[in-house]
Design a protein around this ligand. Sequence first.
Ligand code: PLP
Length: 402
Amino acid sequence: MPVSRRDFLATVGVGGAALGGAGAGLLSLPAISGRGREALWAQQAAQGVQGVGDRKADRRMAAHAAIRIDSNENPMGPGANALNAIRAHLNEGNRYPILAEDDVIEAIAKLNGVTPNNVILGCGSGELLRAADQAFVSRTAAFVGAAPTFEAPGDFAAFLGAEVRKPAVDSKLRLDLGAMGAAARGAGLIFLCNPNNPTATVHSRADVAAFIESVNRTSPATTILVDEAYFDYVDSPGYGTLIPVALENPRVVVLRTFSKAYGMAGLRIGYAVGRTETLAQMKQWVLGSNVSQLTLVAATAALADPANIAAEIKRNSAVRTFTRKFFADAGFTMTTGDANFVMVDLRQNAAEFKKKALTKGIAVGRAFPPLTNQSRITFGTMEEMKTATAAFRELLGSTAGG
Ligand SMILES: Cc1ncc(COP(=O)(O)O)c(C=O)c1O
């Protein structure tokens, strides 16, 4: 029977000194067996033993935290319908997922009032971001993002050898559409993240539509990718999808994911909506059958259960109100949190705060340069946020209310 590292440590009674290497002397036996590896990781974080600051090590460490509010995941996971579908289709693992792809594309098209020809699937929307880079940027066609925004597409564009332009967000941490428009001249792709990750700020549908029209005039060959990963969670009046524009305009693509409101980040499925000829340019970079059979049936089942998504939106909204009130009462300013996370001005170094929170078993977002004093806090469950905010009150002590 496989033995987990935690069981192993508890069973054989390894004392801290016997761990050797980086772990030597960190924890005594009672501490390990009583609090488990979360405590071990937290203590290592506090002592700087593991590579805090190194992205991959950071993420691995955060995955061990008791409260994981660092990656904008949905703490509720997939709905019952999705889980039942996975169980019911386990025995189809031997078949290529042709029919299941058709089913989910049809369900996605119906949800968004488009035809199946206007939809392509990705192994997470992350795969489609890469495909968009490959289709639209090059050494001679720049990428335009923002500082900060979701970094993966900009990083990949740089890897492809493209120039990456990143106008800073404005004083309210909103995307600076004016500066992005100015940076767009001659660019291959604009990445417009709405709501923007990590700031959780939004622009209205009308403002984004006007931005697109303006870019179409000043830089007609530039494609605009509107990433609506957090679409379901937005409350702000005037916010809306750009899918209708993407259906008309060959220079516009909209991206969505099942990783957020649908709670399926680990299952990996996202989609792009746009005109067939635009999507065809991206599709050539996407693997055939890029989403597994079980994920496809789970997504189709999730789409047939809108009540579950409505409940998730309501739950997230209550947790947002609670969390924002905590920070407001403590004297901190923050963004609207139009997503399943919020960005809070902690008036102290966010990377240091992340390390301190890890010592309490809580993983929060890392620093997102150039916003070094802003921390991105994902909304966990209400229970988790009660525990987390109690710990934050302690950690922020002297800076709170100042
Ligand atoms: C704005 C945005 N787009 C895309 C992604 C990629 O998500 P996934 O590949 O899980 O669909 C994320 C992940 O957090 C995100 O925040």
